[in-house]
Design a binder for this molecule. Structure first.
Ligand code: HEC
Ligand code: HEC
Length: 653
């Protein structure tokens, strides 16, 4: 009896000690930002979100070995550790939830439903709250870590993407992917206190010089001294005809974190602060900057270029300009990185080859060169995508012009994703020889009949012609002749990727009821859409366009069949039409007033609207941009009916 008594006491003590240990909270003392790769406090373990493989890899940095691959929900995009390293939170973008991993057990032990398409995630200083940016809902969810429940929702501007928190934990930064805005949330009240708008870089006479509108803003990385933050993004020049060397430029904006203002003169631009020369003394072109890492003493910053697959080194002790470029990080599509605790290594996550590259940083010696190790470490046991789809996806995100049979987009200037951001839109309208053209989404692109706003292509590989004729690339190929087989294969791969059902799921609409059903107002709109408003005449069928009917006698899609192109009164004064093109044997001329019917599935997510991006909202499409009443029977509708119709169109998925 006595013996048992003693053991009970021992057990109780053990339990108490254990219990206390759990409650004793570890406070983080450094700034943090969400990322697709993160490390634990002592730097011995790395956690990597394997974007399309639906797993999280755990890498032991001492053994240089993957020690676990943990299955999670679909499309894990970013992850964050609790300050005590015990819990890992992973956003599962296509499952609208955050998976919670117990790092000791290396298993998902729970998940929390959040908004639509969660992306960024950070944990607060003491680990009690987790913030999640919901890309499609335009909200930030606040999760109570203990209860594992959403306890608050903060409304923010469109497309919240990356998150970052100051060392003090008092401020949360939310980047907005396409607008170039950054919301500043006061974490005491969980309210937006300010919105910083990155400034456009002004037009220059020399169109080959960096200029344009800030776009694709994802990471917000606070410097170790907590005074500034670096924000990598693109600048898109919309007022000159699309050309490789004149449309999209890489940039890094610098934010004063004490005043929450952009320091405009500190922006890093190509040919200026980003001017690393090659052996011919020409500026080396880089594309798609995605992530930033600082040495802890603030002497250097490293910036990853996911498109051209490079790492740029900035010397912050000598003026803050780029001083070195590691041309080509081994592997494909370097998207995120962490620095080892001794600052000697950068671990770089390649999102397409699903492996880890390592760059020796050279530490804080200003003359030391950073150097990539030639071999990478594979992070996954098995790729989730068929090889041709993986190849196409890799090409889509690549701006590395040395890697494939043909340099799709010129001298490292851009990737498909520079305009079709993450396979979607960039919200901008670019000048083309036919007139202004709104960048279309790749969602359903292969299932909506003819291609291009004017329906002038019936075969995806003809897209080459746009690249060639209208963007200034690939001049080596005669458009009248078939492509060399190796180049043809690249387009087959791109096509396989665009067609693959998991590539671009149709975004869910935040206009619907939480259970996914239509609201009463949208139901009323649906009746009108299918009834007296007459929309169904053109926007019909599975993908809500009649363009799929533009076929020949054998049922094959053809640009010759122009019966399903329409003049809905939307011509822009700058539209020119086309005489057709060589690849189609000039059988596809288009007058400037007629357009291909676009799909309305998830149209809520692709503002602005119409071929020239001239309508900001669906309401504008039906009213201000429908003065002649050629676009549906909107004149037959009362104001309330128009609003109901708009509600329905915004709810289509
Ligand atoms: C410089 C920006 C830019 C880049 C880079 C770019 N696109 Fe486009 N893309 C556009 C624009 C603008 C259009 C609409 C053109 C038109 O309709 O005349 C378009 C149209 C398309 C379409 C037709 C969509 C439809 O439904 O009609 C597809 C598919 C497409 N792009 C895929 C790609 C792929 C694949 C790449 C990379 C090889 C790529 N794009 C690179 C801007 C771009
Ligand atoms: C005669 C065929 C036709 C009818 C009827 C029609 N549309 Fe359209 N719709 C089009 C065409 C063609 C375009 C593209 C015009 C352009 O890009 O300039 C378009 C574009 C749109 C867009 C913009 C899509 C985008 O991605 O930019 C919306 C929204 C839309 N229509 C909604 C409606 C609604 C609602 C109705 C009913 C009131 C309607 N349409 C009736 C042919 C039609």
């Amino acid at each position: 009896m006595k013996k048992w008594g003693i053991w009970t006491v021992v057990l109780l003590v053990l339990l108490l000690v254990g219990g206390c240990g759990q409650k004793e909270s570890v406070q983080r003392t450094t700034p943090t930002s969400s990322n697709n790769i993160t490390k634990n406090r002592d730097g011995s373990l790395l956690y990597i979100a394997n974007i399309d493989v639906n797993t999280v890899s755990v890498l032991d940095t001492k053994q240089n070995k993957v020690i676990a691959e943990i299955p999670v929900g679909r499309e894990p995009r970013q992850l964050a550790l609790s300050p005590d390293d015990r819990v890992l939170y992973v956003t599962c973008m296509f499952d609208n939830k955050v998976d919670i991993i117990d790092t000791a057990d290396k298993k998902v032990t729970g998940s929390v439903p959040v908004g639509i398409e969660p992306f960024g995630v950070v944990v607060n200083r003491d680990g009690s709250q987790v913030y999640v940016a919901n890309y499609r809902s335009s909200t930030v969810s606040v999760i109570d870590a203990e209860e594992r429940k959403v306890t608050g929702t903060i409304n923010v501007e469109e497309r919240p993407r990356g998150l970052a928190m100051t060392a003090e934990g008092n401020k949360l930064y939310v980047t907005h992917y396409l607008s170039g805005h950054i919301s500043v949330i006061n974490t005491e009240e969980n309210q937006v206190k300010k919105v910083i708008a990155l400034s456009p870089s002004p037009d220059k006479e020399d169109r080959k010089k960096s200029q344009g509108i800030p776009n694709t803003v994802e990471q917000f990385v606070i410097a170790p001294d907590g005074k500034t933050a670096w924000v990598p993004h693109l600048l898109t020049n919309v007022d000159t005809p699309i050309h490789f060397e004149e449309t999209v430029f890489p940039a890094i904006s610098v934010i004063d974190v004490t005043k929450d203002e952009e320091i405009q003169k500190e922006r890093k631009e190509l040919f200026k602060q980003m001017d690393v020369r090659d052996v011919k003394n020409e500026t080396i072109i880089v594309s798609n900057p995605t992530d930033v890492a600082f040495l802890p003493d603030g002497s250097k910053a490293f910036v990853l270029m996911a498109g051209s697959e490079d790492l740029m080194v900035f010397d912050l002790t000598r003026g803050g300009n780029a001083t070195q470029l590691v041309r080509r990080v081994p592997g494909n599509n370097p998207r995120g990185m962490v620095l080892s605790n001794d600052s000697n290594r950068l671990y770089i996550h390649n999102a397409m080859s699903h492996d880890m590259a390592i760059v020796e940083t050279g530490g804080n010696d200003p003359y030391a060169e950073a150097q990539a190790k030639p071999n990478t470490l594979r992070l996954i046991a098995k790729d989730s995508l068929p090889p041709l789809v993986r190849q196409g996806k890799t090409i889509f995100f690549s701006g590395n012009s040395d890697e494939f049979a043909a340099p799709i987009t010129g001298n490292n200037w851009m990737s498909c994703a520079s305009c079709h951001a993450d396979g979607d839109i960039n919200g901008l309208t670019l000048m083309t020889p036919r007139g202004p053209r709104n960048v279309p989404s790749n969602v359903l692109a292969m299932r909506t009949g003819l291609f291009m706003w004017d329906g002038s292509r019936d075969d995806f590989t003809d897209y080459l012609l746009t690249v060639q004729g209208e963007m200034g690339g690939l001049t080596d190929y005669d458009p009248g002749k078939p492509l060399p087989p190796k180049v043809e294969e690249m387009f087959d791969a791109l096509k396989a990727y665009l067609e693959y059902p998991d590539s671009f799921p149709v975004p869910k609409s935040p206009y619907r009821n939480p259970d996914g059903t239509l609201t009463a107002k949208a139901e009323q709109g649906k009746q009108l859409f299918e009834g007296k408003a007459g929309c169904i005449a053109c926007h019909a069928g599975e993908t809500m366009t009649d363009s799929t009917k533009a076929v020949n006698a054998t049922g094959k899609l053809t640009t010759d069949n122009t019966k399903f192109l329409h003049d809905v009164g939307t011509v822009n004064p700058l539209d020119k039409g086309t005489k057709g093109d060589a690849r189609a044997g000039y059988t596809n001329p288009r007058s400037k007033e007629i357009f291909d019917t676009p799909t309305l599935r998830s149209v809520w997510a692709t503002a602005p609207y119409l071929h020239d991006g001239s309508a900001k909202t669906i309401y504008d499409v039906l009213t201000t941009r429908n003065q002649q009443g050629k676009h549906g029977n909107t004149s037959a509708l009362t104001e309330a009916e128009k609003r109901a119709l708009v509600e329905y169109v915004n709810s289509i998925e």
